[in-house]
Design a binder for this molecule. Structure first.
Ligand SMILES: Nc1ncnc2c1ncn2[C@@H]1O[C@H](CCC(=O)c2cccc(C(=O)O)c2)[C@@H](O)[C@H]1O
Length: 223
């Protein structure tokens, strides 16, 4: 069985809507809820984990153990960092890094032992790829955005690279399919709060569009 890992309630609600899931098909578990679907003769379990690394990892370890998963696909939204790209562009990263694990003033920004390389060779190359950076806080502030850009991170989120890391520990394949929901906007000191609200609203508006694009145009070729 393949697991489809989804972080936020908005992403999961868009998933329920996309697959027309009825109430009696939904089951609870300690990190959120899940439902089953068979697509192209492959059994899939779709589950919400909640946000940030601790929930993403806990939820996925639970599901790997419960259903003996052979593959995990992390599906969801992310921040755009490389400004060559736009909202709703979809990425399948070939490298997943956690960037909040070092004392960056005296250590490298990214710790070598937390880098996960993802072999995509069997899936072709007609998709955007590159490095996804994961940390426990959202990318909202301009200085965080610029630091990620300097370190060649293309997109950023708050779960995926930690999930890829624990999948590797379990010897389970992990594919990340992420669509850009928002770019950290230019904030001025006096408008920090407003800038943040604006970005959240863009995130909320784009979340169902990203999820529909992932399920409609990308999921089948990775299962
Ligand atoms: N900018 C982002 N940085 C990091 N991860 C992002 C971003 N956008 C989307 N994600 C992904 O979606 C989810 C939630 C998104 C989220 O928390 C968010 C989004 C926009 C603004 C704010 C804010 O506080 O102003 C918070 C996370 O689980 C993560 O995997």
């Amino acid at each position: 069985m393949i697991g489809i890992s989804i972080a936020t309630k908005w992403e999961y609600e868009a998933t329920l809507e996309y697959f027309s899931i009825k109430d009696n098909e939904r089951f609870g578990y300690p990190y959120g809820e899940y439902f089953m679907r068979t697509i192209n003769d492959t059994e899939l379990v779709f589950y919400s984990t909640g946000v940030r690394k601790v929930n993403g990892v806990g939820g996925n370890q639970y599901m790997i153990s419960k259903f003996n998963l052979t593959k995990v696909i992390v599906a969801g939204t992310c921040a755009g960092i490389d400004d060559k790209f736009s909202n709703l562009d979809i990425f399948v990263p070939d490298k997943a890094v956690q960037y909040d694990c070092t004392v960056k003033e005296i250590e490298p920004f990214i710790k070598q032992s937390f880098i996960v390389d993802i072999d995509l060779s069997k899936y072709g190359n007609d998709f955007y790829t590159g490095t996804i950076g994961t940390a426990d806080k959202s990318v909202v502030m301009r200085k965080d955005y610029l630091e990620l850009k300097e370190n060649k991170i293309i997109i950023a989120d708050t779960e995926a690279s930690a999930i890829a890391y624990i999948c590797k520990k379990n010897d389970v394949e992990c594919i990340i399919i992420k669509g850009i929901s928002d770019f950290p906007t230019e904030e001025s000191n006096s408008y920090k709060f407003e800038s943040n609200i604006e970005q959240i609203n863009i995130y909320l508006e784009n979340t169902p569009k990203v999820m529909n694009k992932i399920f409609g145009e990308y999921l089948k070729r990775f299962i």
